[in-house]
Design a protein. Structure first.
Lengths: 316, 316
DNA sequence: TATATTTATGTAACTGGTTACATAATTAGT
DNA sequence: ACTAATTATGTAACCAGTTACATAAATATA
């Protein structure tokens, strides 16, 4: 069974399941060996009851990490075997108070010997291993609690894909993409306005020839994001960041951040004192991106765009 | 959920199951995230097929540690999703050869990216833990392969119970036990003989008063084993080890060994040159115990017992 | 060469859990 | 004081595996 050696970490779930199963199987035999009339799967519930006067189904479930349904079933089985008793709580009609019966307490006595032997067997096992499984499980539980495996994989994916994104300067072949990517989000959230058509249809004359810049983000050769830096005729501001668009199919790959920081870098290289931009508070991810890039909200100015309800600036 | 902290090692199965479950759950979401049309539970089978031209159900099962039934089901599901193909083996009509379909190979391409990200996520996770779960699992698999958990617990039990056994000298109150324990095994395997009754009914006059010794093994105050050292009137032998009996309900606690070595010790203290005994080869555990105590088979001598077919001696 | 054993696979039923949904009792918010 | 939300529990159906048993093909053996 070299599978786990070659398949690597992808099979960790499978591997854990197998180990769990092997241990559970032996656990069954161990209970039989000690002649304690207890099923292994009852143990967590039984243990909780042995160490508490009376507990509700839900309380047990929460403590041992099972679903309440599972606990409910187990309790039912144990009642049938005379190990526990159920009693409705007087002060709360929903609660089903479960307690160990006399027979259950008697079993608990005998169980303690088993606990000792299992404990020392595992102790001995751990002692002959260089890596402590028990501690390792505890750590994983903790680490996964902090940030789930899913989250961690998502982050890795983003990181890897981000490395596959390249930012290149605009050229004729990206004109269609420049228009389409912008039209896509604008018409999703708002309506295309006259000023949009002017800039999107004539990027060269309206942006580049006037001393502006357009950058394109490529993912596997395909343009998936664009961003423009437009020269402003304004005494207060040198450039405007505008027409930033990222394909919705490419969200979550930091493309916006890569484009944004590249454009800011270019502006700095061009000797800009500042950058201005207009947006809408509806576009939360965009606003938060601008924040991360260093932009700050500024008081209202005139704008040709109806959809603009927030204005920001970045001072170098 | 402090359960695992207090319940200790007895709950290791439960704890492993919970961790496994959490990981499996996230695994499902990860497959969804990558849009690879693969169910997590298919992975081990899929992986094996991706790395081998064609495999039989059983071969896959053996390699990934599932039952063949499970593999059979998984293959059926994957066939329905067009990922694999089945084909009867021409040279062996029982074999069902399974291979990846073109679609399956295509999925394999996309899966590789996922493998990379999952691999690095787990790598990163391991790096931030001080105890290496992966290695620990490997070690446990190995150690449990060597000696199962059941075996280890059995050994612990024996050891602990052995420590609770005390060997005490015979006194009047053990006369009944001395008789009953011996009669129990003799009449199970053979028939009580005249010589038996003589010794068992009058231990004082027949054994002790003639310079012999009787030892009793107590487990929780109860006599559970007996053994006699009888002075022999023989030029060759000083003492005979006889009437050794251990309650069948107390087997597997090394009581025989404790009694035997105590009696050998006493004989040595009495200045014996040797010990003689008679037994029957049918009683395998007894013979092997005598061997462990240092007894060797000797040639035939006269004996009052019909059941005797082997004679042994221990030379100091 | 006929028969017994082993091997490959499938079907049915079980197991130890789960989620989804339902219901009744309690608590909170106006 | 009433309605909405929450909590405790149960029932039904599902899930990913298992074992037990059945069958057919191949191999070993007398």
């Amino acid at each position: 069974m070299s599978f786990f050696d070659t398949a690597g970490k992808m099979a960790i779930g499978s591997r854990l399941r197998l180990l769990t199963e092997k241990i559970t199987e032996d656990a069954g035999k161990i209970y039989a060996l000690f002649g304690v009339g207890l099923q292994p799967k009852w143990f967590p519930v039984f243990y909780m009851l042995a160490n508490n006067e009376a507990l509700t189904i839900t309380a047990i479930a929460k403590e041992i990490g099972h679903s309440h349904v599972s606990v409910s079933k187990i309790v039912r089985e144990m009642v049938k075997h005379g190990l526990v008793k159920e009693k409705k709580d007087k002060s709360d009609g929903r609660r089903n108070m479960v307690t160990l019966s006399a027979a259950g307490r008697e079993v608990n006595q005998r169980l303690s010997e088993q606990c000792v032997d299992v404990g020392s067997a595992i102790e001995e096992l751990s002692a002959s291993a260089t890596h402590n499984l028990w501690e390792a499980i505890g750590e994983w539980e903790f680490l996964l609690e902090q940030r789930s495996l899913l989250r961690r994989v998502m982050d890795q994916k983003k990181k890897r894909e981000g490395q596959e994104v390249t930012i290149v300067p605009y050229s004729r072949k990206y004109q269609q993409a420049f228009r389409d990517l912008n039209e896509e989000w604008i018409s999703t959230y708002f309506k295309m306005e006259a000023a949009d058509y002017k800039a999107l249809d004539n990027p060269k004359s309206h942006i580049l020839d006037k001393g502006g810049i357009i950058l394109v983000a490529l993912y596997k050769e395909e343009p998936v994001g664009v961003c423009a830096l437009i020269k402003m005729k304004d005494p207060d501001y040198d450039y405007e960041l505008a027409k930033m668009a990222v394909s919705p199919r490419m969200q979550g790959k930091s493309i916006g951040w890569l484009l944004g920081s590249a454009i800011v870098e270019q502006a700095r290289a061009l000797g800009a004192r500042n950058i201005y931009l207009e947006s809408n508070t509806m576009l939360k991810p965009a606003i938060s991106l601008y924040h991360k890039l260093g932009f700050q909200k500024v008081a209202g100015r005139a704008t040709p765009y109806e959809r603009c309800n927030i204005q920001m600036e970045l001072i170098f």
